[in-house]
Design a binder for this molecule. Structure first.
Ligand SMILES: CC(C)(COP(=O)(O)OP(=O)(O)OC[C@H]1O[C@@H](n2cnc3c(N)ncnc32)[C@H](O)[C@@H]1OP(=O)(O)O)[C@@H](O)C(=O)NCCC(=O)NCCS
Length: 175
C-alpha cells in the first residue's frame, strides 16, 4: 500500500468491484481501451492485480481518496505483452474524477516505487495516439516522447505513442 497527499494506492477490495465494473462499462473511459469489459472480466482483472502485487510488489492497484474513502479508479505498474523487458505505468479513472490531478498524483508515487524501491532502469507508458488526456499525464510526470508504433491488442492493430522516463532523468528532476 502507498499513500500520497490525497490518495491511498492499495489492492482491490470487494467494495471496489461495483464502481470498478461501472467505470469499465463507461464508453467515455473505454474510448481508447478497446471493448468495454463485462463484470466477470473486471472481477478477474482485480483478482489478477492483487495476486501480482502479492507476488512481485507492483501492480495496477486501486486508488482511494483519503478524505472520504471513495474509489476513484486504478493506476500503477504492469508488464504488457508488447514490451516485456520494460514495466509500463498506466492510469484509469471514473469519468467524474477526471480533472483533479489524481492520475498524475497516483502515477508519480508509482514512478517513485519503480525507481527507488524496485531499482528499474526505465519505465514506459503506452497509449493510443489520439488519447491526448493520457499523453498529458505522461508529460506532467516528466516523461519524454520515445517513439510511435503499430501495436496489437488481442490481435487488433492500433496506433500507439510510447513515452519513457529513465531512472537518471527521474533522479535529476527531483534534485
Ligand atoms: C487518462 C486519464 C486518467 C486522465 O485523467 P485526468 O483527470 O485528465 O488527469 P489527472 O488526474 O492527472 O488530472 C489533470 C487535470 O486536473 C487538473 N487539476 C485540478 N486540480 C489539480 C491538482 N491539485 N493537481 C494537479 N492537477 C489538477 C489539471 O489542471 C488537469 O486539468 P486539464 O485536463 O484541464 O488540463 C483519464 O482521462 C481516464 O481515465 N481516461 C480513460 C482511461 C484511459 O484512457 N487511460 C489511459 C490509457 S493509456
Amino acid at each position: 500500500m502507498r499513500t500520497t497527499e490525497r490518495l491511498v494506492l492499495r489492492p482491490f477490495r470487494d467494495t471496489d468491484l461495483d464502481p470498478w465494473a461501472a467505470l469499465n462499462a463507461d464508453p467515455d473511459v473505454t474510448q481508447y481501451l478497446g471493448e468495454p469489459l463485462n463484470r466477470e472480466n473486471c472481477d478477474e482483472i482485480a483478482a489478477d492485480v492483487n495476486a501480482l502485487y502479492e507476488r512481485e510488489g507492483f501492480g495496477f492497484l486501486a486508488i482511494e481518496r483519503r478524505s472520504d474513502g471513495v474509489f476513484l479508479g486504478a493506476a500503477g505498474l504492469s508488464r504488457e505483452q508488447w514490451y516485456p523487458d520494460d514495466l509500463e505505468i498506466g492510469w484509469r479513472l471514473a469519468r467524474e474524477h477526471w480533472g483533479h490531478g489524481y492520475a498524475t498524483e497516483a502515477a508519480a508515487s508509482w514512478l517513485e516505487h519503480g525507481f527507488a524501491t524496485l531499482g528499474l532502469p526505465r519505465i514506459i507508458a503506452v497509449t493510443d495516439t489520439p488519447n491526448v488526456r493520457s499523453i498529458a499525464v505522461m508529460r506532467r510526470l516528466g516523461m519524454s516522447f520515445d517513439h510511435e508504433a503499430v501495436l496489437l491488442d488481442d490481435g487488433v492493430p492500433f496506433d500507439a505513442t510510447i513515452y519513457s522516463l529513465t531512472a537518471e532523468a527521474w533522479k535529476a528532476s527531483r534534485r
